[in-house]
Design a protein around this ligand. Sequence first.
Ligand SMILES: O=C(O)CCC(=O)C(=O)O
Length: 238
Amino acid sequence: MPVMEGSPCQTLKELEQYIVKDAPPTVYYVPDYITEAEESYLLQQVYKAPKPKWTQLSGRRLQNWGGLPHPKGMLVEKLPDWLLHYAKKISDLGVFAGKTANHVLVNEYNPGEGIMPHEDGPLYFPTVTTISLGSHTLLDFYHPVSTVQESVPQTEQSRYLLSLLVQPRSLLVLRDDMYTHFLHGIQGVAQDTLTDRVANLCVTGASPGDCLPRGTRVSLTIRHVPKVVRATLLLGKR
Ligand SMILES: O=C(O)CCC(=O)C(=O)O
């Protein structure tokens, strides 16, 4: 790493201090997990990637690193050093049950962009860790659509659970029900008005009623894909 690092927590025990108590199990939110110098360095690396590395989707663009997760196993591609460093550092917290993260999605959202409510699904170890760069966002959580017939139609509004204010340079860790049961998404808006439903508000220095204009946010979503196939196996050993 070419820049001075910040390390507010290095063990699972230290991570426990950052549990968001007003959310269902389990959310860890670590403000200033990285320094401004690390943030600039990571943004430089993201924007140094060759153009074809980007995939444009409606509402965001992304880079996929590590391989494409697949039910039959992900064909592993080594992470570049700048991502491997953080994959190892976060894995050393013990959040992937002793395994090392081998997959990173880089998402870029301009103001007004977002991602539909979704689950991350069974191809990943059920923990997601996210470093945010460049701007805040509001990550919203929803109850899944109920399969029992309800008397009133279910809407995104009626399924809404809570939000998390995710600030630049923070680390967010979601596991347990917050990973496996609830859906998460980001509204495609250009500014966020905070409410008392933001579960980590007290550690962000923000208040209900605050209106935060969004800038361009880049998220590094760092995960472990347990089922992998290696190129040497596919090609056969000589
Ligand atoms: O950008 C984020 O923080 C969320 C990304 C996400 O939900 C995903 O890549 O599945």
